[in-house]
Design a protein around this ligand. Structure first.
Ligand SMILES: [Ca+2]
Ligand SMILES: [Ca+2]
Length: 348
């Protein structure tokens, strides 16, 4: 039995999600070179500082042996949450500098873009630097489709963080790591994450008095370690559990704007699936065959397949706009083979 459903269904899809941390070098432990001064977060591959001037988003690693080492360094003593390194930034500095809203951030490129309507679980760990005089609560993460890069004032990045430390209590623990976590539903296409304080000085939740009194250290400086982003849930839609259906979109727009960038076939409860796409000259530009999958359980179980074409040829070339022709062949749990043929339109 075949049903056409015009809603996106994922559910049991074997391609949908897994426990892959989308943050590479999540513990700041892999180095391109050993940090020896301030502002060298970019020595930890996949990480960089969005504010390109003056700002000093720091990297610490035991390889340094001096002020940028672990566990002992210029702002205190802290054993890494993982391995040998961590990052450190100023999140609030009311008196430290002569201008307001001084901020530092760290930013990372995600391994793959976030998927529309998927729920992502985000987690990272912070510890207040020992020689810091202020503690705050306003620490969060912002996800963006493009990188956040700022060349000059203001240093404050005024965007809404999707993940925000929800406690009104300031994070003042200088001994242990405090976990900040939360989840959110992606718009789709988010490719960067930025960690920091996205609120101005007046809106920043902070302690009213100094937590310590070090000369010249009137700022809130936090160590950061182990950042993770996982797809923790698929879209909340009802899924029929006992029927085979095939959904084949007839249009998509692979222009990396996060909307319909993939041509995604959904084949629910089938024993095998074979998808081919041809251009107007009959040349094959995409193929999916469940029999080529290691995890294929065809002819023993009916499963959900969700192959997705990104608009590139097998050799990695983008195909032009236009009309393409597909052939989708699948096997029902009964063993009967079905074929669907039709056109799809590619818009860039
Ligand atoms: Ca680490
Ligand atoms: Ca400490």
């Amino acid at each position: 039995m075949k049903q056409l459903l015009f809603i996106l269904l994922f559910g049991l899809s074997i391609f949908s999600f897994g426990q892959t941390n989308l943050v590479s070098n999540s513990g700041f432990d892999i180095l391109s070179q050993c940090p020896y001064s301030s502002g060298q977060i970019n020595f930890a591959p996949s990480w960089f500082q969005p504010i390109r001037q003056v700002s000093s988003s720091d990297l610490y690693n035991s390889c340094n042996g001096g002020g940028y080492s672990t566990p002992l360094n210029i702002v205190g003593h802290q054993i890494p949450y993982s391995d040998s390194g961590y990052s450190g930034i100023i999140l609030y500095a009311p008196l430290f500098v002569s201008f307001k809203n001084y901020r530092e951030y760290i930013e990372a490129y995600l391994i793959s873009p976030l998927k529309k309507e998927y729920t992502y679980c985000v987690e990272f760990h912070v510890s207040l630097a020992d020689t810091t005089n202020y503690a705050i609560s306003s620490i969060g993460v912002h996800f963006s489709t493009d990188s956040l890069l700022i060349d000059s004032f203001p240093y404050l990045i005024n965007v809404s963080p999707q993940i925000q430390n929800d406690s009104l209590t300031t994070i003042s623990d200088k001994e242990n790591w405090t976990k900040i976590s939360g989840n959110f539903i992606a718009i789709g296409g988010e490719r960067f994450l930025t960690i920091g304080n996205f609120f101005d000085d007046t809106q920043t939740i902070k302690n009213s008095t100094r937590v310590s009194n070090y000369p010249n250290n009137d700022y809130a400086y936090y160590y950061i370690d182990n950042v993770s982003v996982y797809a923790c849930d698929s879209p909340l839609v009802e899924e029929p559990q006992d029927s085979t259906f095939i959904f084949i979109p007839n249009v998509f727009s692979p222009n990396q704007d996060g909307e319909n960038d993939l041509w995604e076939v959904i084949a629910n409860k089938v024993n095998s699936l074979n998808v081919k796409v041809f251009n107007r000259w009959g040349e094959q530009v995409y193929i999916f065959n469940s029999k080529n999958l290691q995890s294929d359980t065809s002819s023993t179980h009916s499963v959900t397949y969700n192959p997705a074409w990104d608009g590139y040829t097998p050799t990695g070339k983008p195909v032009p706009e236009g009309t393409y022709f597909y052939i989708v062949q699948y096997t029902l749990p009964s063993g009967e083979t079905k074929v669907e043929k039709g056109n799809l339109t590619l818009i860039r």
